[in-house]
Design a binder for this molecule. Sequence first.
Ligand code: CA
Length: 378
Amino acid sequence: MKMQRGVATPAIILALVAALVLVFGLLVMEKSRNFQSNLQQEHQVANSEDIFEWRMVTSWPKNFPGIGMGPENFATLVDRMSNGRLHIQVYGAGELVPALGVFDAVSSGAVEIGHTGAYYNKGKIPASPFFTAVPFGMNAQELNAWLNYGGGMELWREIYEPFNIIPFPGGNTGVQMGGWFNKQINSLDDLQGLKMRLPGIAGEVLQRAGGTAVNIPGGELYTSMQTGVIDATEWVGPYNDRSFGLNEVGEYYYYPGWHEAGSMLEFEINIDAWNRLPADLQAIVEGASQAINEDMLDEYTAQNAIVLQDLIADGTDIRPFPDEVLIELKAISVEYYEEESERDATFAEVYDHYWSFYEKVQAWHAISELPLYLIREQ
Ligand code: CA
């Protein structure tokens, strides 16, 4: 009995150990299968089921025609293209942050996305106006060509990167009007002491020409003109200027918008928020931005043409700036670009890049767009 037990005991122990190893091995295999399947599930969820809720702050009154509808149309388009996986709530100026506080809110990550004009960021990035509009610069068609096929986009993203922002085109107003004036501009002398709402580099140019430039959010322009806080203001063009009632508080409506030959707006996205999006949602955001960029230009072209007829019918005093004034403003603008290039290396880099494209596209348009426009007038 003792001997039998002695032989049986090691055999039982061996069998038990083998069973344990088998069970353990099966458990490990099962666990690993589960882990892999969990991973696959997680991967799948991040790509097709996660819902992203973003907040977008803007520099415009909520639902303002044109520029204020750009972010709304973008949010609607992204929602539909993503089947609701990226939902963007749009806030008007002052609802979450002030009109001119969009850049800081996106940069800090307080919100995921913003819609504004790059030239409002001039205090932080002196070269930023090249990505909205600069005096005597490129129009919408030319600016889009530079961005999409001339290297402008890469440069734009490079200069925003230190602020943790990735920018996208956000609509274009086309050529703007010169603005509403409560005194006539017949010569350079008339710019002396003129107090005008004029943002971006154009404001610096006016200062050098003897005027005083201020930057006031669009929503305050009517009152500022009515109370005489300013003598003149530019805003956008017939469509938007009438929305604010500027035709009621400005006596003379001057053209052309030498300061904004085609102002592009921008979507600014916080880079951390951008990196959290799966690739397909990133592609949807990119595609929607291009669509809105073109759509807004189409809307402005159509609506400006319609509202211009209404302004003419109302007897609005529409007049051109004298050539000598424009020629002088252009000379001051170029002087400004050159001086600022000496002062700021990034400005110099962007200016050189922009201007080298500008000269080529100008030469092309001199024998294409321009002669056609002129002959159509005959
Ligand atoms: Ca403007």
